[in-house]
Design a protein around this ligand. Structure first.
Ligand code: UD1
Length: 422
């Protein structure tokens, strides 16, 4: 198993190019199932989750030609509609094939994803919505078995909670359903918007893109013909590099970003004392020596993203004063707290709120990554800590950060990937 050895205290400088968004690419790859022709996707991030989902497509019979950032996918040859446990258990987002497989083939079996480190993460809202579109769903042997032999029918869906994956699954299912589907309380994250635009560009009429109210006129079973899609920049990767600048008190420039998508993080960094030069597709951060504390609550887009909570906690740990961080989306997304405390942080948890008292110094130690974003918080804290930190179990990082150590090294960080000796 690999780990990262980081010697803290180095200033960063220069520029970093942000990769395509993992969370945009995953639903877009799943959406290619709605087509029986070749689709080309570009600006894919070079991360494990993307390779896992592409592998699932090949297991279903699709033809995939994938280099680092480009994939040509032809799902005309799909001969199986079963997404097996071996893949789904590696990556929850595989559940995104449920809607498109059912819509195109009238049946499918997808392994239940189960829980994960950040909480229970049920898929009840996905299933309930598909049932209102006429699907018959049964859970048996750890699999969701879904059938709609005469195709799905448009329906009025009201989500009890805003769900990104649920909205994406239903938009994809609705694209091939008979008639119109409306989704109330839809997610409006930029990744959902790009999926809707891809489907709309293929000729499906979608109203309300980027709002909480979507209306989709399905094709009645006719597969779609997609244009080439260039994946949007990863707003979470971008936010993480802004935090890397802030935590090391360094000025760095991010290229190929969409500043509009990271407003919530920029606002919070400004409240902590950082300043920025912003153009259409690049951002330079100018930090301050003494970061101010921050209060934040995670919420749906355009609010502060749960996927940036851990990284901001790493910043709060060295801020001058006490910060309050409340996690509203996932019940168990504080696994990084005890690891940050091992580096010298002073964090107290009460329910879904963390009280973070800023400390003068962090000190390098051995720490363990627990989930994707928690891992990046540990890397950030290590960049600011005195001495050497070993961040273990970095397979979490490899799922979602494209060449993190390469990009940080190029900015001047002392970070090396090593192999455990046992
Ligand atoms: C997506 C992102 C993830 C991000 C999350 C919230 C991808 C691949 N992942 O995850 O990085 O942290 O959005 O922005 O895009 N819920 C239910 N029932 C359901 C579905 C969801 O109760 O059927 C709950 C979840 O447990 C959670 C909340 O709704 O509390 C939001 O989850 P959701 O938006 O669905 O997250 P994901 O799509 O899994």
């Amino acid at each position: 198993m690999d780990y990262l050895e980081i010697v803290g205290g180095k200033k960063l400088s220069g520029s970093v190019t942000i990769s395509g968004a993992k969370n945009a690419a995953l639903p877009i790859i799943a959406a290619t199932i709605l087509s029986d022709k070749e689709v080309t996707l570009s600006n894919l991030p070079n991360v494990v989750d993307i390779r896992t989902l592409l592998k699932l497509l090949t297991m279903l019979g699709g033809e995939v030609d994938h280099t680092e950032t480009v994939a040509h996918i032809d799902n005309g040859s799909i001969h199986s509609t079963k997404a097996v446990y071996e893949i789904v258990s590696q990556m929850r987002a595989s559940i995104l094939v449920l809607g498109p497989l059912l819509a195109r083939f009238g049946e499918c079996e997808v392994s239940l994803p189960g829980g994960c480190a950040i909480g229970q993460r049920p898929i009840d809202l996905h299933l309930k919505a598909l049932e209102s579109m006429g699907a018959h769903i049964e859970i048996k042997g750890g699999y969701v078995r879904a059938e709609a032999p005469n195709g799905l029918t448009g329906a009025k869906i009201i989500f009890d909670k805003i769900t990104v994956g649920g909205t994406e699954n239903i938009v994809m299912a609705a694209a091939l359903a008979k008639g119109t589907t409306t989704i109330t309380n839809a997610a409006k994250e930029p990744e959902v918007v790009q999926l809707c635009e891809m489907i709309a560009d293929a000729g499906v009429k979608i109203e309300g893109i980027g709002t909480n109210e979507l209306s989709i006129e399905g094709t009645g079973g006719k597969p779609l013909n997609f244009k080439r899609v260039e994946i949007i920049p990863d707003r979470i990767e971008a936010g993480t590099y802004l935090c890397a600048g802030a935590i090391t008190n360094s000025s760095i420039t991010l290229n190929k970003v969409d500043p509009e998508h990271i407003k919530a993080s920029i606002d919070k960094l400004e409240s902590m004392g950082c300043s920025f030069d912003i153009s259409d597709d690049s951002i330079t951060i100018h930090p301050v020596a003494d970061l101010k504390p921050v209060n934040l609550i995670t919420i749906e887009y355009p609010g502060f993203p749960t996927d940036m909570q851990a990284q901001f906690m790493a910043l709060a740990v060295i801020a001058q004063g006490e910060s309050l961080i409340e996690e509203r989306l996932f019940e168990n997304r504080f696994m990084h707290v005890s690891e940050l405390n091992r580096l010298g942080a002073d964090i107290w948890l009460k329910g879904s709120t963390a009280a973070v008292k800023g400390v003068e110094n962090l000190y390098g130690a051995d720490v363990m990554a627990t989930d994707l974003r928690a891992s990046s918080a540990l890397v950030l804290a290590a960049l600011a800590a005195e001495g050497t930190t070993n961040v273990r179990r970095i397979y979490h990082l490899d799922r979602g950060y494209d060449d993190l150590e390469g990009k940080l090294s190029a900015l001047g960080a002392d970070i090396v990937r090593k192999k455990e000796s046992h």
